[in-house]
Write a protein that binds this ligand. Structure first.
Ligand code: ADP
Ligand code: MG
Length: 702
């Protein structure tokens, strides 16, 4: 039954890889492409034409009919507008396939409907897309046929970024420049480039398609807006890493094949904590490519689920009361000669460099904790952050026992000579402690954890693009590196200066380090005492984007202009309001057309029964009580619908931040007031009458 899968043959089949370029391009052109890939700059016009032709020939040989500039507008999804390779027919009515260097490098989609946060006036609504040569072109196969996708950045004619990729690329450049200064200080003259390595663990839910279609909330909002908990939840812990059921297994297998063809290194798959929840993790790769690939992972999950009669829910909280979904963002920095800056390392030199890098990161995260929190904010993530299955909304850093001990020694004495356990690396400098490799333990409650040779940012939402979080992370680390390099490049006694700087940074920013239980109430109080921000909602988080320190940092490293930040803030408020508005309207619809009629039927039936039993000469005590209870809840529901309708009418007339705050403080509260009696009714009303599948049916019967 199971056909043979040959991964080596499949892998990258649909990607125009460096290997394929080497095969198909003249040597000189290939060399030019590699140079631009590694060092930036632009391809010459003639080379671009040659590359375009080779790319088109490869695509057409593999069945492609169209190409598209594949980009990531501020909606968070990827966008594409297909153009066929077809040309104007000649006099004899023949056409042929053509694709020029110009078409490869620059596109002009009439994309005026994407959110721009006021960046584009309507008279200059056009934006353009520009090829990102560092992310390989690929073929997407679906019902539309085969489409050659060219990863691109999307900008306004005035140069402002209208997408998520442009600032990400700018931040990678800033980090590269500043990180090189750091490694140079430690005598690394061979490295020419520092890039990020990023591995994104993607959580998701699968539900049956037939059941999905019966729930307007899943269709319109991607999450359930009503629903009483099932008798069983995740308390038995029998789903996490459990055996994978046949139907899910078939999905995973198919998904892997599709991803491998796209050159995505799908590696691990397992069941997650909640019933119907699963995870996929690829092997890490260069940040920009990893993020493009994550967009493809999300898209492919949805597509493949469809083939298996299921729907993939990427929402951060599809079901109340069970585990939500996140995306662990594993992040490190590596030089082109293979040194991971977050690896404690084997030589004394590497070890001190590691401690400096660590100190810089601690400083960066402490100084910009609110901004980092903002970078992980999206509407769905509000249900997750701060609730007790997810990292809390407070940013803190987990270092593990050994590193924390090292930090403590450095801060308290500045003379730390040894670390906690034996078998360690020698730093060679008496005033710096020795480090043991891989002594980190795992703390699942920390939002920002050091895990051996990388940091794991666990706040990111499952449905969100990681471009935003990583742009911020790259930027704040670049800033800290820059400041450190400014001091150290001028130092007379380098060893001493490094030591003092590490000590200074750790002392000033140790409040951000927390190794304990991030879910506990005690931590919330402790964090407040330490003065750490606890930003509970997406709306509240947006302020961090426009703070003077933020604007200064992003402008200094040419990642965002103030105008771009303002436009992004505006889009965030808009997105929040629109999303909650859709949820509210969906609830009103479901309540009025589905739940209320069902409950009316139910109470009507009960009333008939009460009369009949009375006529038979018996007192219908139980039935009367049921009727009274159901009726009271129904009344509460009807009232809640009225309030919600009234408030939504007010909300839609507002704008910007004020509107978003109103949605959060009033509409969300109204929604809960409507959901509560409805969920209580679900527990009473005859199952046959309930208008849509319940939690039990959705998450246990996939
Ligand atoms: P977990 O225990 O959280 O599942 P894993 O060790 O399996 O952690 O790694 C999770 C992700 O981190 C994978 O995508 C993996 O490729 C990635 N990863 C491993 N090492 C690094 C690194 N140095 N930099 C960035 N990502 C990494
Ligand atoms: Mg993880």
């Amino acid at each position: 039954m199971t056909e043979q899968i040959n991964i080596e043959e499949l892998f990258g089949k649909n990607v125009f890889t460096v290997g394929k370029m080497r095969e198909r391009l003249p040597r000189a052109v290939f060399k030019e492409v590699m140079k631009v890939m590694e060092e930036g700059g632009e391809l010459s016009k003639t080379s671009a034409d040659v590359v375009a032709k080779a790319m088109k020939d490869w695509a057409v040989e593999n069945g492609a009919t169209h190409y598209t500039h594949w980009f990531q507008p501020l909606t968070g999804i990827t966008a594409e507008k297909h153009d066929s390779f077809i040309t104007h027919p000649d006099e004899e009515g023949r056409t042929w396939m053509e694709f020029s260097g110009k078409e490869l490098i620059k596109g002009e989609p009439d994309a005026s409907s994407f959110p721009s946060g006021g960046l584009r006036a309507t008279f200059e609504a056009r934006g353009y897309t520009a090829w990102d040569i560092t992310s390989p072109a690929f073929l997407k196969e679906d019902a539309t046929g085969k489409i050659l996708c060219i990863p691109t950045a999307f900008c306004a004619y005035t140069g402002e970024a209208l997408d998520k990729k442009t600032p990400l690329l700018r931040s990678e450049e800033a980090l590269n420049e500043q990180a090189l200064r750091i490694v140079r200080l430690f005598g690394n003259t061979a490295a020419k480039k520092v890039t990020t390595s990023v591995g994104l663990e993607q959580e998701y839910f699968l539900v049956d398609h037939e059941k999905y279609l019966q729930r307007e909330d899943l269709i319109f909002a991607g999450r359930t807006l009503f629903g009483a908990p099932a008798p069983k939840g995740q308390e038995m812990e029998d789903h996490y890493f459990g055996a994978i059921r046949e139907r899910i297994g078939a999905f995973m297998k198919d998904l892997n094949v599709e991803l491998w063809k796209l050159g995505v290194t799908a590696k691990t798959q397992h069941n997650e904590v909640a019933p119907a929840q699963h995870e996929l993790a690829p092997i890490y790769e260069s940040g920009n490519v990893a993020i493009d690939h994550n967009q493809l992972v999300m898209e492919t999950m949805k597509k493949v689920a469809g083939r298996h009669g299921m729907n993939c829910l990427l929402h951060e909280k599809p079901f109340a009361g069970v585990n939500g979904s996140g995306k662990h963002d594993n992040w490190s920095m590596v030089t082109d000669n293979g040194v991971n800056l977050l690896d404690p390392g084997y030589t004394p030199n590497e070890n001190i460099q590691f401690l400096l890098v660590l100190a810089c990161m601690i400083k960066a995260v402490d100084e910009h904790a609110d901004l980092l929190r903002q970078s992980a904010a999206d509407v769905g993530n509000d249900h997750r952050l701060g609730a007790d299955e997810a990292p809390p909304a407070i940013i803190s850093i987990f270092l593990g026992d050994q590193l924390e001990d090292v930090v403590r020694q450095l801060v308290s004495t500045g003379e730390a000579k040894k670390s906690k356990k034996g078998g360690k690396l020698m730093t060679g400098v008496s005033t710096l402690p020795d480090l043991e490799k891989d002594a980190t333990d795992r703390n699942r409650t920390s939002p920002f954890a050091f895990t051996g040779n990388k940091f794991e940012f666990r706040m990111v939402g499952s449905a969100d693009s990681v471009a935003g979080p990583n742009t911020t992370l790259n930027a704040i680390v670049a800033e800290a590196f820059c400041e450190a390099a400014n001091v150290l490049e001028k130092a007379e006694d380098f060893d001493l200066a490094v030591h003092d700087l590490i000590k200074e940074y750790l002392t000033d920013h140790q409040r951000i380090i927390f190794n304990g239980d991030g879910y506990s109430e005690a931590w919330v109080e402790e964090a407040a005492r330490r003065g750490l921000p606890n930003i509970k909602s997406m709306v509240e988080s947006v302020d961090a984007l426009l703070k003077p320190e933020t604007v200064k940092m992003f402008e200094r490293f040419k990642i965002f202009t103030k105008t771009e930040l303002q436009s992004r803030a505006e889009i965030l408020y808009e997105t929040y309001s629109k999303t909650i508005n859709i949820e509210a309207l969906t609830m009103i619809d479901m309540a009025k057309k589905q739940i209320i009629p069902a409950v009316t039927d139910y109470t009507g039936g009960l009333a008939q029964t009460v009369i009949a039993i009375k006529e038979a000469g018996v007192e219908p005590k139980a039935q009367k009580k049921l009727l009274k209870d159901a009726n009271a809840l129904l009344e509460e529901m009807v009232k809640a619908v009225e309030t919600l309708e009234k408030d939504v009418a007010k909300a839609v007339k507002m704008e910007g931040k004020k509107q978003a705050i109103y949605y959060r403080d009033t509409i969300c509260v109204d929604m809960t007031a409507l959901r509560t009696p409805a969920d209580a009714l679900e527990r009473i009303v005859d199952k046959e009458l309930w208008p849509f599948p319940t939690y039990g049916e959705l998450i246990f019967e996939v």
